[in-house]
Design a protein around this ligand. Sequence first.
Ligand SMILES: C[S@@+](CC[C@H](N)C(=O)[O-])C[C@H]1O[C@@H](n2cnc3c(N)ncnc32)[C@H](O)[C@@H]1O
Length: 217
Amino acid sequence: MAQGAFTADGCPVEVYRLLPPGDEPGIVHAAIPEGASILELGSGVGRITHALLDLGHPVVAVDDSPEMLAHVRADKVCSKIEELRLDRVFDAVLLGSHLINTAAAADRAAFLLAAGAHVAPGGRVLVEWHPPEWFDAVRDGQGGVLGEVGVRLDRVVRDGDLLSAVVRYSADGRSWSQPFTCRRLDSEALNAALTRAGLVFERWCTDDRTWFSAKPA
Ligand SMILES: C[S@@+](CC[C@H](N)C(=O)[O-])C[C@H]1O[C@@H](n2cnc3c(N)ncnc32)[C@H](O)[C@@H]1O
């Protein structure tokens, strides 16, 4: 059966349509004021966007995949994050999906600069990342079931700070594979990247340290 469209970074659009919102909207909602406006970078199909709208937040969703954005029922902008130049700022900017762990330092810098350029004075940038300990713990075969989607990691390979793997998704008799490479950042590297974007670490938003907030320096 056809596997449908994939994004430039290898995400299968159909999988993101099937995945449930999970904990992410609640984590974001708890970290920002009621009704705070949100710029969501890398929104995909709106899995988190739509739940945040239901929680009372006006959201502008950004993604460079027209196939993903076609499913978003919110204000949306088709753009690469690094090229985003909106003439407005937001109470919160959301940089989820471990985009900050991108292997390329230049991409990480550009993502954070875009976040910093669009956050209001007194606002927050909320980041989801793979903390350093994740890189030690992750194993072949790790995974589970999210909604109706089976998720399994395969071919985990470590090379210094880099970790490559393939995520295998299955649902409804179909399957998809998404290879990825991500980079471990220690706290020094993280803080340096934030500083270069005019941001400063504020606090952990979850006990497992997979989400944190940063604010304009
Ligand atoms: C892993 S998906 C996650 C989507 C959504 N955040 C979610 O959790 O359901 C990552 C999304 O970020 C988008 N993306 C990745 N790099 C991007 C970039 N440089 N500019 C714009 N969008 C990007 C992809 O097209 C994809 O839709």
